[in-house]
Design a protein around this ligand. Structure first.
Ligand code: CUA
Length: 352
């Protein structure tokens, strides 16, 4: 007797499994298609070289794996076709196999090692004199970015976003202010350690204008996964305009709401941690190394080091209770009433 009740149950279970499997496969392909932060989608000379050696390694590993699996399966198939004592199969020609195996292994290792060394040498190529230089300092859990203005020599400080001129090599000096971090923008270059007390350097170059997301790639504490950054490659004249603008002071408030916001900003004590340049010369507030420079906060795309979009609504939420969004960060929840919060967010969003 066929149990008629079980048939539809089994059928629906199979259908459900097929649905789940399809959805999982779809999700997998969707993540593969985004490619916004993939080392396999290079957009600069260093990333090109790294992707190339990556593919060569993959092809080499595939060939080696193929040969190994063939050699493993060969005696099994042989014994299956012509049954005989296993010991005989193993002994036949085994010395020859060992010798050839050692020779081939050595050759493959030397070839891949040489390829890696040549790639390392090519991406560590010396840069031309007059190359634009910038400094990136890792903090738990955000990025401080410092430029030296080529005309005035003044330091221009921003956070979490790095603007670079497209098609030009930019020398990036990285270090850390606290624990070990690692700077990685996969589509432009490989990883580079950011260590306290030591400066490492890489040369970034973007072949095309665009947004290149990056991330901290060394575990650095509770919010390691939320330590993201964005490289913005733009035409050289646009980059120069941006740098000139960032070198300037913060815009003054323009109406009653933003004037109130500026008062809140000063009275609530934001300036004790955040640098804020109001006029040329030294900043009246300490900071910069404590918390992100807010002089042009309104011109940035994200808040919380790439966590959320920089909109008035998100900014209000962030100021009201940043630790709820990003547990462990040093910024405290601000005890402000609704209107003060709104005015403060309006003022900061106006700091373009
Ligand atoms: Cu910084 Cu992980």
């Amino acid at each position: 007797m066929v149990p008629t009740r079980q048939t539809p149950a089994r059928g629906s279970r199979r259908a459900r499994f097929a649905q789940w499997f399809g959805a999982a496969l779809g999700a997998l392909f969707a993540t593969g298609c985004a490619e916004t932060q993939s080392a396999l989608d290079p957009h600069g000379p260093a990333a090109d070289a790294i992707a190339r050696i990556g593919w060569i390694m993959f092809a080499g590993a595939a060939v080696v794996a193929g040969v190994v699996f063939y050699l493993l399966l060969r005696p099994v198939l042989h014994a299956w076709r012509r049954p005989q004592p296993a010991a005989v199969v193993v002994e036949e020609g085994s010395t020859r196999l060992i010798v050839w195996g050692s020779v081939l292994t050595t050759a493959v290792l030397i070839a891949l090692f040489s390829g890696t060394m040549l790639t390392l040498a090519s991406i560590a190529a010396p840069y031309a004199a007059g190359t634009l230089e910038l400094e990136v300092i890792g903090h738990q859990w955000w990025w401080e970015v410092r430029y030296r203005h080529p005309d005035t020599g003044r330091t221009v400080t921003t956070a979490n976003e790095i603007h670079i001129p497209v098609g030009r090599a930019v020398r990036v000096a990285v270090r850390s202010d606290d624990v070990n971090h690692s700077f990685w923008v996969p589509r432009l270059h490989g990883k580079i350690d950011m260590l306290p007390g030591r400066t490492n350097r890489i040369v970034l170059e973007a072949a095309e204008p665009g947004l290149y997301p990056g991330a901290c790639s060394e575990f650095c504490g509770l919010q390691h996964a939320n330590m993201r950054l964005l490289v913005i490659a733009e035409p050289p004249e646009e980059f120069t305009r941006w740098l000139d603008w960032q070198a300037g002071p913060a815009l003054p408030p323009t109406d009653a709401l933003t004037r109130q916001g500026q008062q809140v900003f000063i009275q609530a004590g934001c300036v004790f941690c955040h640098t804020f340049r109001t006029a040329p010369g030294p900043s009246p507030a300490p900071g910069g190394a404590i918390a992100p420079d807010l002089t042009h906060i309104g011109s940035r795309r994200t808040l919380g080091a790439g966590m959320i979009p920089n909109t008035p609504r998100h900014l209000q939420d962030w100021i009201a209770d940043a630790p709820a969004r990003k547990p462990g960060i040093r910024m405290p929840a601000m005890d402000l009433d609704g209107p003060s919060l709104q005015a403060l967010a309006a003022y900061l969003e106006g700091l373009r």
